[in-house]
Design a protein around this ligand. Sequence first.
Ligand code: ATP
Length: 243
Amino acid sequence: MIPKDHPRYRSLIARERLARCAREGIVALEGLAAHGRGEAFDYLIGERTSESAALAARTAAAMLLSARHPVISVNGNTAALAADEIAALQKASGADVEVNLFHRTEERIRLITRLLEEHGVRVLSGTAERLVPLAHDRALSLREGIGDADVVLVPLEDGDRCAALRAMGKTVITIDLNPLSRTARTATLTIVDELTRAVPAITVACASLSPGEGERLIASLDNIYLLRAAIDEMRERLSHALE
Ligand code: ATP
């Protein structure tokens, strides 16, 4: 039992959840390593939502709400860490949810779908086809899901798939603590924040955008500015780290 007043409570809870989900076959062992990379960047950003990440989350809400067909692409880490949060975002944004895995097996798809459904997510089902231009099982997508989407939210994605979705003409929103990753630099919009802070921030924004705000946010989107702001935030924190 992790004491609630432990200074690293949230991080320890996340690790415990990921380890349990790895034992159950929901999270791939490689996903644990990816989480570690994220944690390191979270340390650098101060384990809190920066102003630029909050702006990115509001912009993401605007993009999801104005999309013709928004889809949230969920992998094992996302399901393990944020099933409740994805359910709330689906309700607020009207987005479809599709499971897409780097380390894909039908058993993992089934386990992740079940976990999401237990938390109230409506998960698209059907026969996946090789729709995304990738020589890998991540190419497998649903024609009526990611195949048809104009806006795709892909939290914790890798660079190749993000680039392939962009090449298909899709608007790609990602959540990635590493502003230097290929994903962060390839996406249309990158929220440099931890998944379990970023998803609720998008959900809250969906319900609180004022008239005209969404159009203004989309018109002024500058992803390079957002990435620079995240790097500046980290640099600033580092330069005062030992004071
Ligand atoms: P790329 O291919 O885009 O250069 P990568 O090889 O690091 O990146 P992955 O190994 O798939 O891609 O890692 C996924 C990314 O998700 C990492 O950049 C990591 O920083 C980030 N990440 C991991 N856990 C979280 C989390 N809980 N919240 C936000 N970001 C996270």
